[in-house]
Design a binder for this molecule. Sequence first.
Ligand SMILES: *C/C=C(C)/C=C/C=C(C)/C=C/C1=C(C)CCCC1(C)C
Length: 241
Amino acid sequence: MATVGPESLWLWIGTIGMTIGTLYFVGKGRGVRDAKMQEFYIITIFITTIAAAMYLAMATGFGLTEVTVNGQALEIYWARYADWLFTTPLLLLDLALLAGANRNTIATLVGLDVFMIATGAIATFTTVASYRILWWGISTGALLVLLYVLVGTLSEQARTKSGEVRSLFGTLRNLVIALWLLYPVVWILGTEGTIGVLPLYWETAAFMILDLSAKVGFGVLLLRSRSVLAEARAPTAAPTA
Ligand SMILES: *C/C=C(C)/C=C/C=C(C)/C=C/C1=C(C)CCCC1(C)C
């Protein structure tokens, strides 16, 4: 059984950061009575709660296992994938609700996302190095298609919204594009990629910074202004040409 090494420092920082984020969002959401606005708070609170629990699981060694790849033992934090399987669709749901997306767009985004995390998990647990890279490629392909839908269809649907909502949507969308693209890079450079450029210690630090930015940072920006959220969930006015 693998044991947690010095990278536990980063995992504890992750646990504390996600917990503080959760408490902050709960505090911000108190007193919000509008059901449609509450959706943003509920979704965002679940994102950081799930991440806090999975960071705790990793810090305490529960979320850690060993995978032998071509005779070499790799330490794998499987709890990341359990976290991402649920938190990434929720992040996309936040973004889609802000954009006023229709059901088909939401289903397409969530479907691509679950496919990305599932094939990424296969990449992580595959024991033949070349097949790991193959699954990484499939997962990265799904990420690129997902981002294409964000830039295309979802951005188009957001255009019917008021200027303030559109501007918040644009900021969050760009944040997602910039941060999410770094995950496959950290994976391939880190222990999972078996190239061994980035040792587990620094890989864990990189994922922690990405996770905190993509969840707590995203949530802080999203929930910053109640009036923008109210506007986002109000019935859309007819688009002006
Ligand atoms: C809060 C957590 C977030 C936003 C996690 C996002 C994770 C990804 C975009 C992961 C993508 C991956 C690939 C595209 C290739 C295979 C490895 C993954 C799972 C790291």
